[in-house]
Design a protein around this ligand. Structure first.
Ligand code: RIB
Ligand code: CA
Length: 333
């Protein structure tokens, strides 16, 4: 049995974040060291309550600190996604009172504390805007060498979902994304290109719900709301379950095909602000291939050299849903 991967899950619950939390809390391949919360899908007050409710519903987080972090992006004006996740950020299910409380430490401080005291064997799993992770890297640069890997949901090398160019997590805090993508640590990027292939169709929802345990029923209740807004806005036959692709990769990396690419965040574009510009064909692999004025303009920013991320380019959707089903089955029949 391989050793579990120690993770800090940084999230903005969020229906798909909630499923990712429930997977991380129960799967033996993952040791959930902390849940840190960031503003994103909704305000920090709402995402923090949602994280508490979901961690409590898992029944597996009594010793997992849950802490609230950054309440707004580093530079840009705040955006949220109430149109997708509802006023509460987790509309649909109703929760009882959580049996855990927020940790009093700020999420950035908690992240730094855990990383500095670790053996450098922590994977950071962001599934929301990267504000907390970026602020931790700026507050305490020494944590970079303590991060074994960053496995994040966000970005796309093809179409965006909040603008034609940009995906929500990156768009919500592009400057934070730039800090993370230039931090020098190994990154695995689960972008919309693959998460859109992992759609929770009615058959998928019914299969997990048939397990009958409270967490599986909660999954179905959340998906029923999530499906409605995604159908209204994008016409999907089932909501793409973005964030749990990170946990599925940790459980079975073979379910996702990745390709090394240089990924840079557009910070100056009017139309492409927040886009993950992915060098799919390796056109700019060597620094001297950056011609023209752009190299001068961009020179005030750190720019990665060569590939700085493994970008997901395909997913075995059947295998992904088996992983989700098998994980929820671990909560009992
Ligand atoms: O674009 C999808 C991402 O934005 C997901 O993480 C979802 O929860 C929202 O945060
Ligand atoms: Ca999210």
């Amino acid at each position: 049995m391989k050793k579990p991967v120690k993770i800090i899950h940084d999230c903005d619950p969020g229906h798909d974040d909630a499923v990712a939390i429930l997977m991380a809390a129960v799967h033996p391949s993952i040791e959930l060291k902390a849940v840190t919360v960031v503003a994103g899908n909704q305000t920090i007050e709402k995402t923090a309550v949602n994280a508490l409710n979901v961690c409590s519903a898992s029944g597996r987080c009594k010793n997992v600190p849950v802490s609230a972090g950054m309440s707004r992006p580093i530079v840009r004006r705040q955006v949220t996604a109430g149109d997708i996740h509802g006023v509460s950020g987790l509309d649909g299910p109703s929760f009882g009172l959580p049996d855990i409380e927020l940790d009093p430490r700020h999420a950035v401080d908690l992240m730094i504390e855990i990383l500095l005291s670790s053996d450098g064997d922590i994977t950071v799993v962001p599934t929301g805007p990267l504000t907390n992770v970026a602020m931790a890297l700026r507050r305490e640069p020494r944590i970079a060498e303590k991060i074994e890997r960053i496995v994040l949901m966000g970005g796309a090398y093809q179409l965006g979902n909040v603008t034609p160019s940009a995906e929500f997590n990156m768009y919500a805090d592009p400057e934070a994304a730039h800090i993370v993508f230039t931090c020098g640590r190994p990154i695995v990027m689960m972008g919309l290109d693959v998460t859109r292939k992992a759609r929770a169709t009615p058959d998928v929802i019914a299969r997990v719900k048939s397990l009958g345990n409270p967490q599986a029923v909660l999954f179905a209740e959340m998906m029923e709301f999530f499906a409605k807004t995604q159908r209204e806005i994008y016409g999907w036959d089932g909501p793409p379950l973005h964030d749990p692709t990170t946990m599925a990769w940790l459980i079975d990396p073979g379910c996702v095909e990745t390709k090394p690419m240089r990924v840079e965040i557009e910070l100056r574009g009017e139309l492409a602000y927040g886009r993950t510009c992915c060098d799919f064909f390796g056109l700019e692999n060597s620094p001297d291939s950056r011609g023209g004025a752009m190299s001068g303009i961009q020179s005030v920013l750190d720019r990665p050299k060569g590939a700085n991320a493994l970008v997901a380019v395909d997913i075995d959707a059947a295998r992904f849903w088996d992983i989700v089903y098998e994980t929820f089955a671990m909560y009992g029949k």
